[in-house]
Design a protein. Sequence first.
Length: 315
Amino acid sequence: MGTLNNRKVAVIGCGFVGAASAFAIMESGLFSEMVLIDMNKDKAEGEALDISHGLPFSKPMQIYAGDYKDISDAAVIVVTAGAGQKPGETRLDLVKKNVSIFKSIIPQISEVNKDAIMLIVANPVDILTYTAWKLSGYPENRVFGSGTTLDTARLKYLLGQHLDVDSRSVHAFIVGEHGDSEIAVWSSANVSGIPINRFCEMRGHFHHEEAMQRIAEDVKNSAYEIINKKGATYYGIAMSVRRILEAIIRDEKTILPISSIQHDNHGVSGIAFSMPAIVGKNGVEATVPISLSPEEEKALKESASTLQKVIDDVF
């Protein structure tokens, strides 16, 4: 294997999510080279040209459509390829279609590059992260999914709106499956160190249970609402991809709720799902123990059980 180029990224799949991610990556200034791959070469070439034409307003970068041989020295490979979620479809409905697509894509990646970090973005992200890990032969720390990074951002945004406070001052996580069984961790949620319920009361909100349930449901249903209104979600996830890549390339040791293989985390092992983890230049450096209430712990185990059943069906 040759030496990796830490200033090179590959994006595999140029649908809505792949193209939006490529645009967000270009805007970030993190890389000097980006290769786009899609089964429709014309689509990849069109996206590369369209994004490249904005480079005079950004930073110098080489952006081009390529083949798998062109990713041999990429430091990070972002996999967004897969069938999209249609109105009325759950993320888990996509499983069989996208596992089949991954059986074609992942071996082609690992054949030319065994040393990169592979970031899985396609849905259902937890199942596909597990699939990519199994098929690639990559170590666990270097293949992980975007997980609930976007769900967590949605939770922070909605709490910021509810409390009329900067969402960056809100500290809370969505954990578990990126999907219908995800869990909002209210027990440790806070605004700049002030417990969430206390801060709510400071802002004149006293119906905590009702508000928590409504906000958690709004987070869970965000993707469905957006898909029903405009057909697909892509800007939010593109910004999540950019944020994860910043943590990797800048070796930030940022704590993000990414989807990775779990080892006796609240009694869950052997599947990929989202828990807070330290992300840096080596990928997942460590999972972060997060305290859960008994109800949250029970919900997490149910979420893990849902994913385990799907994995057992597929593998």
